[in-house]
Ligand binder design. Structure first.
Ligand code: HEM
Ligand code: SF4
Ligand code: SF4
Length: 678
């Protein structure tokens, strides 16, 4: 009797399917297909024009530093992301430390900060907190520019971009509240600017005035405002932290810290700057005087000069800052990504080896249980919303299960085979060069879409642009050698400069045989070599031969002996000098003198709060200088120093009527809260 039990549909078949690998593809002369030549570096042409121009500009700054320090690994511009994070950590640690000494109240806050200045550790911590905050802003902006020209801002990367901008916006606000805390002349100017902005809703402005500023003028304690400011200062930093988490959420293995030699170098310089250039004390806030020339930090307080000028100017500068922030946040949608092609998985070819999941620098791939009868437990699945189309996983997959959009991996081999055929007609050795779309973008006219080989003295170079060099499986490289290429060169980005974060490291490690898919042992000494250099130096790479391949290592040194072995003492000293000069310039910038009010001026500050709208009038020496009909009036009036007959009326009732001398640089406060009296 035949077996009546149907086979279990999820029981895996025992016999393994025969799957083709890169190095088993049909030889060039038997290749199938229609001979199409596909531009794998799909975004290499005109589409990247703007980014290329911005990058060229950035390279104008990067290159001289590279030349001076001898390697990109000692150039801070390549580490702006992780240096910014290091600065953030320094800011948090020093912030928690100085907060332990801080006390709450107008005078008390000032004197508690003043007493910090008496002890070297708290004094240095305060200064380091200040310089690291400024450094955080500077490196964040450099990092954002870099993310832009590297094309790391659009497609699924929009979240990283937008959350980064918003995080920096909160950090900027946190910095402003930080400068408010010592309750010194700087804090006074910040308060004045803030009140100007509040004055768009006069009820808010007079409310703030009578709650806090009047109390300061009257010499009251003011613990509430100072406590509020600390809570806001810390709260804004925490909110920035939440956005930072969103910022790196889509990254696999985000790198937070720069290599250790950077932490030691930057940390030491910050400590030296903190000890050598203490923040010092400005005079205490005093709303009875008009501050003269005051050193202010334009990194955080650039908005103050216009916002002190008038209420409309304060509103304008706030609107401009808001508009610029909004505009920068939506950059991913202003320059949408062309030809987005997430990868697709051919299930019948997937052996569940997990190499692609391990290699994906984003969080786009995962392994899922499979029930399709294949003798493998798991299957790779892609989330197209998270795939940035870098193509790295195509190079991870030995069995060619991954396609870039509709482009099957075999097409890459067909393209190479076609190019080799053409190049061989020159009757010279053919050097096959794989490069990424970023390099190709800088050399579009010469190489990217050309099937004409580029010549050098003794070989013909055939350039194959791919999205990322890690898209090229080692098996494909050796297959090209077997098919007649005399040598294979991979030209990619220097350490910490890969658009796809890890493509250059994975390529180096696969070829060094320390990461799967490894170069086969028999090709250990084959003419396959790597050159890591800046994208606009692509052409310099072509005449380089294996023997003279002195490209940067992809691996950051960690121990001191490795640092000394990799970088010469001269390189290290020059890098330290460049950093020190940069920090010195930043320290100078932090204390930029600013003169908020004209010398020789004096002022009257009118603050009137009434139960209902009624006319408020101020005359100076009989001349009307202020006339408003409102329940809430808060307005500074400039007068010349000297004796003046001053009369203030509200609803026709005189509130003040005296001849009084107002000295140069002082302010007469005429504050009347009529709601309290009624
Ligand atoms: C103007 C604000 C910022 C923008 C526009 C921005 C943009 C980006 C983008 C788009 C990425 C993801 C890159 C990718 O997907 O390949 C990224 C990564 C990163 N950002 Fe930012 N960022 C900003 C602020 C910051 C700040 C304030 C910090 C540090 C406190 C920071 C540190 C980092 C780090 C450490 C990474 C991960 C680097 C890696 O592992 O590859 N960024 N940034
Ligand atoms: S192309 Fe592959 S490696 Fe790159 S993001 Fe998409 S799934 Fe990840
Ligand atoms: S690399 Fe990924 S897609 Fe290829 S076989 Fe392994 S798990 Fe499957």
């Amino acid at each position: 009797m035949p077996n009546s039990n149907p086979p279990d549909p999820i029981e895996p078949k025992k016999n393994k399917p025969r799957l083709t690998t890169w190095d088993k593809l049909p030889p060039a002369d038997q290749r199938p297909g229609d001979g199409r030549v596909i531009d794998w570096g799909a975004r290499s042409g005109r589409e990247r024009g703007l980014l290329r121009r911005v990058e060229k500009l950035a390279l104008l700054f990067k290159e001289p530093i590279n030349k001076l320090v001898g390697t990109s690994q000692l150039n801070p511009l390549y580490y702006s992301d992780t240096i910014a994070f290091f600065m953030l950590v320094v800011v948090v640690i020093t912030g928690v430390y100085v907060l332990m000494f801080y006390q709450y109240g107008y005078d008390i806050s000032y004197t508690s900060v003043e007493s910090m200045e008496r002890f070297i550790v708290s004094r240095a911590a305060r200064a380091i907190h200040r310089y690291a905050s400024g450094g955080l802003m500077i490196f964040s902006i450099l990092h954002a520019i870099r993310m832009f020209f590297m094309d790391r801002f659009r497609g699924p990367r929009w979240l990283g971009w937008a959350a980064g901008v918003i995080s920096v916006a909160w950090l900027w606000l946190a910095g402003i509240t930080g400068y408010w805390l010592p309750w010194d002349l700087g804090a006074q100017l910040i308060t004045d600017g803030f009140v100007n902005l509040l004055n768009t809703a006069p009820a808010l402005a007079t409310g703030f005035y009578f709650q806090f500023m009047d109390a300061s003028v009257a010499g009251q304690n003011g613990w509430l405002l100072m406590l509020l400011l600390v809570v806001i200062h810390v709260g804004l930093t925490v909110i920035a932290g939440v956005f930072y988490w969103l910022h790196i959420k889509r990254l696999q293995r985000p790198k937070f810290f720069p290599p250790r030699y950077w932490i030691i170098g930057m940390g030491a310089l910050l400590v030296i700057a903190g000890v050598a250039f203490p923040a010092g004390m400005l005079p205490p806030a005093n709303f009875n005087i008009m501050p003269g020339t005051t050193p202010l930090d334009p990194i955080f307080l650039f908005y103050l000069p216009p916002s002190l000028r008038s209420v409309p100017a304060a509103v304008w500068i706030s609107l401009i800052v808001l508009a610029v922030t909004a505009l920068v946040t939506v950059i991913p949608w202003l320059f949408p990504r062309p030809k987005l092609k997430p990868v697709t998985i051919t299930a019948e070819r997937c052996t569940g080896c997990t190499h692609c999941v391990l290699d994906c620098p984003y969080t786009a791939l995962s392994m899922a249980p499979r029930s399709d009868g294949m003798p493998f437990a798991e299957l790779a699945v892609v989330d197209p919303k998270l795939c940035v189309s870098c193509g790295i996983c195509i190079g991870s997959c030995d069995t060619m299960a991954i396609s870039l959009g509709e482009n099957q991996p075999e097409l890459l081999w067909q393209d190479i085979a076609a190019r080799l055929d053409i190049a061989k007609t020159h009757n010279r050795p053919v050097k096959l060069v794989f490069t990424c779309e970023r390099h190709a973008a800088h050399n579009t006219h010469t190489y990217a879409k050309s099937s004409e080989p580029a010549h050098n003295e003794d070989a013909v170079a055939e350039v194959v642009p791919v999205t990322c060099v890690a898209m090229v499986n080692p098996g494909l490289m050796t297959h090209a050698l077997d098919a007649g290429a005399a040598e294979v060169q991979v030209v990619g980005c220097p350490p910490n400069d890969c658009t796809n974060r890890e493509g250059n490291i994975w390529t180096a490690e696969r070829l060094e045989r320390v990461r799967a898919p490894k170069l086969k042992p028999r090709f250990k000494d084959a003419p396959i070599f790597t050159t890591w250099l800046a994208p606009d130096h692509f052409t310099d790479a072509l005449p380089i031969h294996r023997a003279e391949n002195k490209a940067d290592e992809q691996h950051a040194p960690t121990s001191l002996s490795q640092v000394m072995a990799m970088f010469s003492r001269r390189n290290l000293i020059v890098a330290a000098v460049i950093l020190a000069v940069g920090l010195l310039l930043q320290v100078r910038l932090t204390y930029t003198p600013f003169t908020p009010y004209q010398n020789g001026q004096a002022g009257i500050n009118v603050a009137v709060r009434q139960a209902a709208a009624a006319p408020v009038e101020l005359t100076v020496d009989g001349a009307p200088v202020l006339a408003a009909t409102s329940a809430n009036v808060l307005q500074p009036v400039a007068v010349t120093a000297g004796a003046h007959q001053i009369r203030l009326t509200a609803a026709g009732q005189p509130l003040f009527d005296e001849t009084i001398t107002i000295n140069q640089g002082t302010v007469l406060h005429l504050a009347f809260d009529q709601t309290k009296e009624e």
